[in-house]
Design a protein around this ligand. Structure first.
Ligand code: GCU
Length: 329
């Protein structure tokens, strides 16, 4: 009898220990938007962040991820975040600099020598300074995500810088993006990310520019199989929370604000790892689907950089100093 009681007691203890501490209903659900799909590094990293937040807030805060632009294009999500309609999101720098013009400096073409160079800058004082600066308009920057380097791709064969001229190229919805492309002699057309594939198919544009994972995830490789690997932009991405959402978090427990910040930063480290894997996978998939990769010649790279040079001349004193610091980093 004693034995039976002991076993029963043990079972009760095991049951209690295994029971989750989390409340069955979160006290706050934060809606998080991403225009990429499930499986894409930024979405998977956001899910990871959501798990960390759930765990560390004892289930009181849930971050619910809405991928595939279901909450709207990046520009529309940004507007919705400023009045509190959406709580969190991940934005491309190409979108952000339209709302935070000071970010334009980080978006200059051929700014970094490679990915390591960019991460030395973003992980250091300059990266921190920009995250802080972004926190002025009712939206707070939490962490950087990787988005690799952007190159041109076209429907018809291109072999050199000269073949890019006179083409119609899709750009993000940002006038500085248009200006950059126009300096190459191409015509820029601003189109939301989700509409690029159909614009290529309907021959509205001759090409676009983006990183390899986006190119493959969005099937652009099917419509524009010539990939001119000039890597003109390195546009990192930023995880953001609205000031309104942050206030709601703080009302539940002021300590949760820091928890969310830390989880976002940890998800940033995780995303970089996923990003590298996805870049390799996307390259393999593109090759298998018959994409022609064109590596620009040294002369072409020189011509491209020369064409973009006016953007550097137009910088103010402060921006010029930041560019100097970036180059020295
Ligand atoms: C990248 C980025 C998206 C962005 C897109 C674009 O894919 O991850 O957030 O919208 O570029 O070119 O618009």
């Amino acid at each position: 009898m004693k034995k039976v009681l002991l076993v029963a007691l043990l079972l009760v203890c095991i049951f209690l220990a295994c029971r989750k501490e989390e409340p069955s209903h979160p006290e706050l659900v934060l809606r998080y938007a991403d225009n990429q799909s499930t499986g894409y590094p930024t979405v998977e990293a956001a899910k990871y962040m959501a798990e960390l937040v759930k765990e560390r807030t004892g289930g009181k805060i849930e971050i619910r991820i809405y991928p595939d632009s279901v909450l709207g294009s990046e520009n529309s999500v940004m507007e919705q975040m400023t009045y509190g309609g959406i709580d969190m999101s991940r934005f491309s720098l190409g979108t952000l600099s339209r709302f935070f013009p000071e970010l334009w400096t980080l978006q200059l073409p051929y700014l970094y020598t490679d990915s390591e160079h960019m991460w030395r800058v973003l992980d250091g004082d300059i990266g921190d300074m920009y995250l802080r600066e972004m926190s002025g308009k009712g939206i707070i920057g939490l962490a950087w995500y990787d988005a690799g380097a952007r190159s041109f791709y076209t429907r018809t064969p291109i072999s050199s810088f000269a073949s890019l001229q006179d083409l119609t190229i899709r750009v993000q919805e940002n006038d500085m993006m248009s200006r950059t492309i126009e300096l190459l002699g191409a015509e820029a057309v601003q189109i939301p990310y989700g509409d690029v594939y159909s614009a290529l198919q309907k021959l509205r544009i001759d090409g676009a520019e983006n990183n390899l994972p986006s190119y493959v995830f969005m099937d652009h490789n099917q419509a524009a199989p010539y990939f001119y690997q000039d890597e003109h932009f390195r546009l990192p991405e930023v995880v953001m929370i609205s000031a309104d959402a942050q206030k709601k978090v703080s009302a539940i427990d002021p300590g949760f604000v820091e928890i969310i910040e830390a989880c976002a930063r940890e998800s940033g480290v995780y995303e970089r790892k996923l990003w590298q894997e996805e870049e390799n996978r996307a390259y393999e998939k593109a090759v298998q689907s018959g994409v022609s990769f064109i590596i620009p010649s040294d002369e072409d790279m020189f011509a491209l950089k020369q064409a973009m040079e006016p953007l550097y001349h137009e910088l103010g004193q402060k921006e010029r100093e930041i560019v100097e610091r970036i180059r020295d980093t």
